[in-house]
Design a protein around this ligand. Sequence first.
Ligand code: IMP
Length: 203
Amino acid sequence: MRKLTEKKIVLASHNAGKLREIGALLAPFGIEVVSAGDLGLAEPAETEDTFAGNARIKAHFAARASGLPALSDDSGLQVDALLGDPGVYSADWAETPTGRDFPMAMEKVWTALQAANASEPRSGRFCCTLCLAWPDGHDEIFAGTVEGRMVWPPRGSQGFGYDPMFVPQGHDISFGEMDPVNKSDMSHRADAFAKFVTACLES
Ligand code: IMP
């Protein structure tokens, strides 16, 4: 496992919600973080059908283009009654000709759950795979999850993406209703990030 000794990295994401959450998680480590957007890097096509595959594409692209280590996040919502959908296609379910529409994407999930006659607890999980890639082509991969259930109608206006329809296990409020600090204690991203810290940042 390679340690991250560099003091500056690129966050290989253009997603404002992910940038906010990963930026907050990295803040205590004294690492300067620039985003792919700040550097004017393009967004590579996510052509793989696994979180790890797509995380690798994004991190290697940003590392090669910037000459800095790059950390990417590929994540999404897996719903058991939908056989894991929307999964790696979570962002695609929100696409419209005028941009991403997550109220519409959540409605698609709920409509599909009704079509599948899914009964409570309508279980699923958020999954996150982080990839740290170096310009020389080496990478390290870390996966995290948070289990929970789907609820309707969506609740709360915090967070992003599918947060308002996801209630994490052991709680009765959605990620959309939860204080971001509390979401960061238990999220799929925090789970993967803790593994990254142990492997790459701690001596
Ligand atoms: P991608 O990783 O860029 O393919 O996008 C993953 C998509 O999954 C995001 O655009 C969100 O819709 C969804 N997603 C990932 N993490 C979260 C989260 O923490 N809360 C809500 N939605 C998420």
